[in-house]
Design a protein around this ligand. Structure first.
Ligand code: BGC
Length: 976
């Protein structure tokens, strides 16, 4: 087949509004409407685009009248457009369409979708850009917050004779609330349910659960913001005036349950009783709206769920269930009227992210009978979530207890010492019914193993583990020839799944689960390659901002918790600067910077104020240094001052991007000052034997950074703190330290993220590979070889000699050391964007094969799909790269003979889509336009290609003779 098919032409796909696909209920007045591009032709780039928004699909058709028309825009780099039309109205669905014009021949191509606004629009974020929003007076929320006053639980749940007392951990039963209401006369054309809770909610309409959000409305600092979700419930409404029923259960969750690790009672942080807020809007054929809102007319009691808590677990007593309570026709006369607490709507915001969802179910790998009535189930994977258990014929009052653990001890019993005070125990109490399915709804646990007590028999088909996490769409995949490294990548992604639960948490199992900022910043580059985390971090950056201290500083955890190390530590608080910058670069959405810049400036100013000589030695808050580093600690001032320089520099860059030139200059000056102070205070140079300053090479200068630790050099090199000519000497010392440790790493959370990228950038990809393949502790493969299925908090959380390490701080599911995931994509596979690129406009494809025989990565960038796949067969390396429309790439073809390079079987000749850029150590470099390229080259692995300077050449001498044949790799098809 030849010739471009219509499907192969430039076309938009993957349309998103504020980084989400068809979001229901946004409140952003100027949302970003974005798309990706695909084409099967080389150089098929966009020349421009046009976006039109209308209330009906017909408004966008030829001759229709859109509400807003961007007009033809000629920015060929754009991957999205901010809506700047007339103020968006609340509770309205908008349809939109993008038309993309190709730069070359061919017709424009269009794609369309919709978004819908929430109950109320938010005020403008950036008055300079956002359209003014008129909020019609009195047209906002009308619902009240309602609840059920807690029952005297000790009386209600007192054990009957012969029963052991139940431990409710001081928690109270979950209120259930219901409201029967008549449907509207005639048909409902549209029904929307807007729901929130102070606590967690699950809401049902006419017996059917609404939506699939778990742990909604999610965790925010409820003193600052409370999210609501919007659901389309049109299909669930009974038309024609008959009875309908809204029915909800609310639970403590983060609002009034146990949160964090302080030995606090439940409810110490935000409130004491969970409450519900809901509005159902029924729109008839004429557009008239009838509202059903939470108020005193709702009926309430407590029900099956006797307690539910994120850390402690959940207890269902079937004896207290009232079958049919969520259906029309149920008699609730003996229920109490709901108590209205208040009608404060000021903190309500539409959730800007996808909720937590149940995304996978894992069947048992083994079910082991420990003793009578006690079984241990191994799900084969450490995860965050819960168990679903089918139980037949549980007698009235009989109990089934589920306990959870990440690991087993030597006797095959659950090891729970590392959960600290988190009971992580779920309990089912039977009422004699024939069958029941027990699945907690308002808790989650970090576990691989579940212990089931109370059943004589347990069959594997009766139990599954349900994985829960914020539903960030998967965007990347990685594969390579080494099964260990493939498994490492799996461990990293499971760490991500388990710890992105409404906020990026440190761990999912113990009494902590906090949004620690450093963990998030070191892992973000990996996370953003694995998944589209734009909406998830949009939400969390609001938490980070809400958490700021009165003097403007970022904190260590967000949402901020009273009593949890508030004031920011070096590398932790700096995440408030680093994360928005990385998101801006990844998603090409300057709003990440617009929202963050005031906080960035305040943060660096705060450090400067405390440290006028620009060496950050006066702590603003605590100091965690290079947390959990097994080797000699890096001096605190070195870590702190390096981060100070980095934050000042990124603040300057952010100001530059946003056109605040004075601010940019001021912060560039500050960054230069901090770098100078770093060099003066911490760096010692010794000229080489030849006496020549700045000489590189074995006889060149030597350089020491105070403490002489791996992390010290990593920070200095990664943050470009040293004068350029001194970087090689620092890189040499770093390499020596890595080599003398094994080769091995002795870094903690901060250093580890930088190790492989820095070594690779300085020509030592071989060492990065050696670290990756190392199997003794500390290393990534050590835990894997000892049964890990997620990344451990400590390099040596368990060793054959010492067993379990410090139970007080020993999570087996911490993602921070999983920050190596980034280098698997960027280094091993070679899929990266260049340092000055945003939104993957300019790719750098530079694989570091090491002694692997193939590696591949696929990434769904904001611009479109990027794929890189390389494979070695014999002495030939083939490299296949897909560059999305509108992007360019610099492709470094690993080769030991640059003259042997072929592209699509031909000697590459400079042309419209490909030019030769030069050779470097072990590579030939080409610049290409968008499209798919298939290179082959002679490659005899004597080491990995180095990152030395390119030798520019106008043309490359050619090897005469036939072209090297191309190979279709085993996954070739997957990569298109
Ligand atoms: C958390 C870490 C966090 C650290 C701060 C620990 O308890 O688990 O991930 O970054 O505290 O030092």
């Amino acid at each position: 087949m030849s010739g471009p098919s219509a499907a192969g032409r430039l076309r938009p796909y993957g349309l998103r509004c504020d980084h989400r696909v068809t979001p229901l209920g946004i409140d952003e007045p100027g949302p970003l409407l974005s798309w990706r591009l695909a084409s099967d032709r080389r150089g098929d780039d966009p020349a421009g685009h046009r976006v039109r928004v209308g209330r009906r699909p017909e408004d966008l058709a030829a001759g229709g009248e859109p509400l807003w028309d961007s007009g033809p825009l000629t920015d060929s780099r754009a991957v999205g457009v901010r809506y700047t039309g007339p103020a968006l109205e609340p509770r309205t669905r908008y349809h939109w369409q993008v038309t993309v014009d190709p730069a070359g021949p061919g017709a424009p191509s269009a794609a369309g979708t919709w978004f819908e606004t929430g109950l109320v629009m938010a005020p403008a974020v950036d008055p300079a850009v956002d359209p003014a929003v008129d909020r019609p007076a009195g047209d906002g929320w009308r619902a009240s917050w309602i609840t059920h006053d807690p029952d005297p639980i000790e009386v209600m749940d007192a054990p009957t004779e012969g029963e052991a007392a139940l431990d409710h951990h001081g928690l109270t039963p979950c209120p259930v609330l219901r409201r029967a209401f008549p449907g509207i006369p005639g048909a409902v054309s549209r029904a929307r349910l807007y729901v929130s809770a102070r606590g967690l909610y699950e809401i049902r309409l006419n017996g059917t659960r609404v939506g699939d959000a778990e742990l909604a409305p999610g965790w925010t600092d409820y003193h600052h913001r409370i999210q609501y979700q919007t659901y389309d419930v049109t299909e669930l409404i009974r038309d024609g005036g008959g009875e309908n029923v809204l029915a909800a259960t609310v639970a403590d969750g983060w609002w009034s349950g146990f949160v964090g690790f302080e030995p606090r009672r439940a409810g110490a942080h935000y409130g004491s009783t969970p409450q519900l807020l809901a509005e159902l809007h029924l729109v008839d054929a004429d557009g008239r709206t009838t509202r059903v809102v939470t108020d005193h007319t709702w009926r309430t009691r407590t029900g099956t769920v006797r307690h539910a808590d994120l850390l402690m677990g959940e207890c269902h007593d079937l004896r207290r269930s009232a079958d049919g309570w969520d259906l029309p026709g149920f008699d609730d006369a003996d229920w109490s009227p709901a108590r209205v607490t208040d009608a404060d709507h000021r903190l309500l915001v539409a959730a800007p992210d996808e909720p937590v969802r149940a995304t996978a179910e894992l069947t048992p790998r083994t079910v082991t009978r420990l003793r009578d009535g006690v079984h241990v189930v191994d799900f084969g994977q450490n995860l965050a979530g819960r168990v679903r258990l089918r139980v037949d014929g549980l007698a009235h009052g009989a109990r089934v207890t589920l306990r959870h653990a990440e690991v087993l001890d030597e006797d095959g019993e659950l090891y729970t010492a590392n959960l600290r005070t988190a009971a992580a125990t779920d309990l089912l109490i039977g009422d004699g019914r024939a069958h029941t399915v027990f699945e907690p709804r308002f808790t989650y646990h970090g576990f691989r193993y579940a212990e089931v007590t109370g059943l004589a028999e347990l069959a594997a088909p009766d139990i599954v583990a349900v994985a829960l996490h914020s539903d960030t769409p998967w965007a990347g995949s990685f594969d390579c020839s080494d099964p260990d490294i493939r498994r490492l990548h799996d461990c990293v992604t499971w760490g991500q799944r388990s710890n992105f639960v409404s906020v990026p948490t440190d761990c999912p199992q113990r009494d902590e689960r906090l949004g620690w900022l450093a963990d998030a910043q070191v892992f973000l580059p990996t996370a953003a390659l694995n998944a589209d985390v734009a909406a998830f971090f949009t939400k969390w950056l609001r938490d980070v901002d809400d958490a700021r201290t009165p003097d403007g500083g970022f904190t260590n955890v967000a949402p901020r918790l009273v009593g949890v190390a508030d004031e920011g530590a070096p590398g932790w608080a700096d995440a408030g600067v680093i994360i928005p910058w990385h998101l801006y670069r990844t998603y090409d959405d300057p709003r990440f910077l617009v929202r963050a810049l005031p906080g960035m400036c305040a943060w660096v100013e705060l450090i400067r104020r405390h440290n006028p000589d620009l060496v950050w030695r006066h702590r603003v808050g605590p100091h965690f240094s290079d947390w959990l580093a097994p080797g000699t600690p890096t001096p605190r001032e070195v870590v702190a001052t390096a981060y100070f320089a980095h934050s000042a520099h990124l603040t300057a860059r952010a100001a530059e991007v946003l056109g605040h030139h004075d601010l940019a200059r001021e912060h560039h000056r500050l960054a230069a000052g901090v770098r100078a102070a770093f060099n003066d205070r911490f760096v010692t140079r010794t000229p080489g034997p030849d006496g020549q300053d700045g000489q590189d090479g074995p006889d060149g200068d030597s350089l020491r950074i105070d403490g002489d630790t791996q992390t010290g050099y990593l920070l200095a090199l990664a943050f470009h703190l040293l004068p350029g000519e001194q970087a090689p000497a620092a890189a040499r010392r770093l390499a020596e330290l890595v080599e003398s440790a094994g080769p091995g790493l002795v870094t903690g959370f901060l250093g580890v993220a930088l190790a492989a990228p820095v070594l690779d950038a300085h020509g030592r990809a071989d060492l990065a590979h050696a670290l990756l393949r190392r199997t003794e502790a500390p290393s990534w493969l050590f835990p894997l070889h000892h049964g890990a299925t997620t990344i451990w908090e400590r390099w040596d959380g368990w060793t054959p000699d010492a067993g379990f390490r410090a139970p007080a701080m020993n999570s087996f599911n911490h993602y921070a050391l999983g920050s190596i995931g980034e280098w698997l994509y960027r280094g091993v596979a070679g899929l990266d964007q260049s340092a000055d690129s945003t939104g993957y406009r300019h790719l750098t494809v530079r694989p570091a094969p090491g002694d692997l025989t193939h590696a591949s990565a696929r990434y769904e960038s904001v611009r479109g799909t990027v794929t890189v796949r390389w494979e070695r067969r014999g002495d030939t390396l083939s490299l296949r790269v897909r560059v999305p429309p509108g992007a360019t790439a610099e492709i470094h073809v690993p080769t030991t003979d640059p003259r042997s390079v072929r592209e699509s079987g031909e000697v590459p000749v400079d042309g419209a889509h490909l030019t030769f850029a030069g050779t470097g150590p072990g590579r030939a470099v080409y610049r290409v336009a968008s499209g798919v390229y298939r290179f082959t080259a002679a490659y005899v692995p004597a080491g990995t290609p180095e990152r030395g300077p390119l030798h520019r050449a106008a043309a490359l001498p050619r090897t005469p003779g036939p072209a090297t044949p191309t190979h279709a790799g085993p996954h070739e098809e997957d990569m298109t």
